[in-house]
Design a protein around this ligand. Structure first.
Ligand code: DER
Length: 223
């Protein structure tokens, strides 16, 4: 419950942060997860002040629609001014591990199309170094064992996330047992593995603003 209050507080802070930038043409990029869900529910009251949203998962798209918000196809809108999303971990350089909710591919796509990435997270996500949270990767099903073997060579312990199929029809491996000392280098290395669609390291395109929920309130950090 306490953590949930912090999630709600940072969702409100994100709305306060963006409200003045909204106009009737604005299209927002909206991520996935329980923190973003609070943001979506608050956003519903402002749906007449912006055009619509591009969602990073079917689940978020559904929730946006339930809040009366128009969901737009990324291919029919240009670059987005803002992307609001959570994280599983975020470090001092605003590099993140994402993918706990298996939405990492579309999250990375919408983040890549967005000018400003606002990360909303509770204090449990703030880490000095990425890697305590197992790193999610999205893999093409036929390549799952090949990719797993390649990640073992890098020092990871890959675990198949049984029973999960992503919005793109792919599977998830969670990579355990390796702290990530150089997120940018590891992101590049993982991008090189054939059959690995997306890795959950967001270093090349990290967050620009972090709204962090703490016991003492919301901290605002700008990169
Ligand atoms: O899967 C994701 O990347 C989500 O953004 C996740 O990292 C945050 O989920 P939470 O807000 O439910 O902790």
């Amino acid at each position: 419950r306490h953590q949930d209050e912090m999630k709600r507080a940072v969702a409100q802070a994100a709305l306060d942060e963006i409200r003045a930038q909204l106009d009737r043409q604005t299209v927002l990029g909206v991520g996935s997860g329980s923190t973003v869900n609070h943001f979506i529910d608050l956003l519903g009251d402002y749906r007449h002040y912006f055009d619509g949203a591009v969602a990073s998962s079917e689940a978020s798209a559904e929730r946006l629609r339930r809040n009366g918000i128009t969901v737009l196809d990324l291919n029919s809108v240009g670059p987005l001014p803002l992307y609001i999303d959570g994280a599983d971990e975020i470090d001092d350089d605003f590099c993140m591990i994402k993918g706990g909710g298996a939405a990492l591919t579309r999250e990375k796509i919408v983040a890549a199309c967005s000018e400003h990435f606002i990360c909303i997270a509770d204090q449990t996500k703030r880490v000095p170094q990425l890697g305590t949270f197992p790193l999610p990767i999205e893999v093409i099903p036929m390549a799952r064992s090949h990719v797993a073997r390649q990640t073992v060579l890098l020092g990871f312990d890959p675990v198949y996330r049984e029973g999960v199929i992503t919005d793109n029809g792919n599977q998830i491996l969670d990579l355990h047992s390796l702290m990530i000392e150089d997120p940018g280098a590891m992101e590049t290395r993982l991008n090189d593995i054939t059959g690995l669609v997306t890795n959950g390291i967001f270093a090349h395109r990290g967050a620009d603003t972090l709204l962090l929920g703490t016991e003492l309130g919301v901290e605002r950090h700008v990169r």
